[in-house]
Design a protein around this ligand. Structure first.
Ligand code: GS8
Length: 219
């Protein structure tokens, strides 16, 4: 029986983008279901009753939740093509550490950049750049965080590149000026079809962020 794969997602979600990239790297065909997060579907509430969030991967009727968990699941189920996690247990632990670092730091510090003003914005920008510089140091001279090939940390982090223009425009700063090697890495990732087709355009994300700011009264 052929696998039935459904992805419940929301286009601007960096977490959903991770899953789209992983599925594309593995060459898996799937049904894409866009969620309206202001009016969540019955299916989403049923498939992710604990967090009620996207992304959710539904594989042969069974839900898998939380993006990093989903990417690991995809890597384990479809082992043959484009391994994302290293086979060595220590390197695997390191990859999970850095993906967790991205998870804990980027979304929240980035959100402070686009939500705040004045001194708070200046503090947020400084902190955001510090986080990016830590990641740039970890990348070092490698082509990808995964070495010669795109790996788990790359898949976890690259979705946020689609948010860079929004952070930069709202915060009036240049990420490329602060972290040139990281931006070169991001452009390298973008040359891969799995990445370029999974990320929305940076201007689309910027418009989305402006819309959110207005809707929640942060503008
Ligand atoms: C985060 C998912 C998430 O925040 C993961 O999958 O890695 N740790 C989770 N999803 C958001 C959309 S992206 O900002 C979401 O579904 N929000 C709906 C809500 O909070 O009600």
């Amino acid at each position: 029986m052929a696998d039935e794969v459904i992805l419940m997602d929301f286009r601007p979600s960096p977490f959903g983008m991770r899953v789209r990239i992983a599925l594309s790297e593995k060459g898996i065909k799937y049904v894409y279901k866009e969620e309206n997060l202001a009016d969540k579907s019955h299916l989403l509430l049923k498939m992710n009753p604990i967090h009620k969030k996207v992304p959710v991967l539904v594989h042969n009727g069974r839900p898998v939740c939380e993006s990093l968990n989903i990417v690991q699941y995809i890597d384990e189920i479809w082992k043959g093509k484009s391994p994302l996690l290293p086979s060595d247990p220590y390197q695997r632990a390191e990859a999970r550490f850095w993906a967790d670092y991205v998870d804990k730091k980027i979304f929240d510090t980035g959100r402070r950049v686009w939500m705040s003003k004045g001194e708070e914005l200046e503090r947020a920008k400084k902190q955001f750049i510090e986080v990016l510089l830590v990641l740039e140091a970890e990348l070092g001279n490698k082509a990808y965080f995964g070495g010669d090939n795109l790996g788990f940390v790359d898949v976890s982090f690259i979705p946020f590149y689609s948010w860079f223009y929004a952070y930069e425009t709202i915060g009036s700063f240049s990420i490329e000026a602060e972290c040139p090697k990281l931006v070169a890495w991001a452009k390298r990732c973008m040359r891969r079809e799995s990445v370029s087709t999974s990320l929305p355009g940076q201007h689309q994300i910027y418009d989305f962020v402006l819309h959110i700011k207005k809707r929640f009264g942060f503008d």
